[in-house]
Design a protein around this ligand. Structure first.
Ligand code: PLP
Length: 375
């Protein structure tokens, strides 16, 4: 079955009692046992499992071509579970550019806990090979990366990592399984902030780790889910099941608009550079074209010739784009990442990040052109 069909049908258990087509929401924290103390229907306690969470995990595993998904209360909790599955003293190779929170979590908590964290430009295979002369236990890929949409060749870096026995995890939040399925390119684990495109409506936080059967670390990650307890609520699982059937339609529309906006911005005299892997001039366009299935996502960033002042002025003048962090919802957002990330930010101050929503692309273009003309 194609991904659109999987998204509609997998994990959508219907209500056997009343015939409701939309799945029921099960809020119970505890589940009854028979006189022999056996769980009546498989579940025992909501932290260990819940029907909505089971359905969601089956669905996410199917979308990524995996066998198992482990869900969490946020993307950060999912990231935490992967790092926590390692042991003090293990080496971790992180990308030089990735979501700020991922790098901060590793630096602020896991270096103190005993992980040895190193950073490398994951888009440069020679640099990765050199870095792996000191073997790592885990290699982290985020592609496209936040905020400059750098593209890492998942298959090539997975080969290098596996050569030294490292586990490869790919944060697939920005691409979504509609455009990129890292397990098909050799990765061991896929990570999502489900808060973004999977949720799609900016009304929940959740995360997930997905793997094939028997993949390294996944059993320990499942254990961490139950024991550390950062589980998604039944309602958030239900909301995700409600949102994922429209994932393909949303992401395709958002990506088409993003591609148009990227091309228009690239020709604007006030714009120094546009970061969008769908553009032929993007430095890693060829890799993106090879590993992404015909689309490049709904995120883009651009840098203004007028520097920080002009970036802030454009962000101040847009009317349809909302100034807010996050991404992947149906509404378009604009963000001055350097301001949001704070003093440790490595993001260029002239950069604005756009999350393209489902508004008509002409209205979004008119909004950006008017803001650029006034800034
Ligand atoms: N990974 C990426 C690529 C993200 O953009 C984010 C959040 O912006 C996260 C992980 C963390 O997810 P959450 O905010 O759901 O904890």
């Amino acid at each position: 079955m194609r991904i659109e069909t999987l998204a509609v049908h997998i994990g959508h258990s219907s209500d056997s009692s009343g015939g409701a087509v939309a799945p029921p929401l099960v809020l119970s924290t505890t589940f009854a046992r028979d006189p022999e103390q056996r769980p009546l229907a498989g579940h025992t306690y909501a932290r260990s499992g819940n029907p909505n969470r089971d359905d969601l995990e089956r669905l996410l595993a199917a979308l990524e071509g995996g066998d198992e998904a482990v869900t969490f209360s946020s993307g950060q909790a999912a990231t935490h579970s992967v790092l926590h599955a390692l042991s003090p003293g293990d080496h971790v190779l992180l990308p030089a550019e990735a979501y700020y929170g991922t790098l901060a979590l590793a630096a602020d908590h896991y270096e103190r806990w005993g992980l040895i964290v190193r950073h490398v430009d994951m888009t440069d295979q020679t640099a990765v090979e050199r870095a792996l002369r000191i073997p790592a236990r885990l290699v982290w890929i985020e592609t496209p990366s936040n905020p400059r949409l750098q593209i890492t060749d998942i298959a090539a870096v997975s080969r290098l990592a596996h050569g030294v026995g490292a586990v490869v995890v790919v944060d697939n939040t920005w691409a979504t399984p509609i455009w990129q399925r890292p397990l098909d390119h050799g990765a061991d684990l896929v990570l999502h902030s489900a808060t973004k495109y999977l949720g799609g409506h900016s009304d929940l936080t959740a995360g997930a780790v997905i793997a094939r059967r028997g993949a390294p670390l996944i059993a320990r990650i499942r254990d961490i889910q139950g024991q550390l307890g950062a589980v998604p609520s039944p309602f958030d699982c239900w909301l995700l099941q409600r949102s994922i059937p429209t994932l393909a339609a949303r992401v395709r529309a958002q990506s088409a608009s993003a591609a148009t906006i990227a091309a228009v911005l690239a020709a604007h005299p006030d714009v120094r550079v546009v970061h969008y892997p769908g553009l032929g001039e993007h430095p890693h366009h060829d890799v993106a074209a090879r590993q992404m299935a015909g689309g490049y996502g709904g995120m883009l960033a651009f840098e203004l010739r007028g520097g920080r002042e002009q970036a802030l002025a454009v962000a101040a003048r847009v009317r349809l784009f909302q100034r807010a962090t996050s991404l992947g919802g149906y509404e378009s957002l604009i963000e001055h990442r350097a301001s949001v990330e704070g003093p440790r930010s490595g993001t260029p101050p002239a950069l604005l990040r756009l999350s393209i929503g489902l508004e008509h692309v002409d209205d979004l273009l008119a909004d950006l052109s008017a803001a650029l003309a006034l800034a």
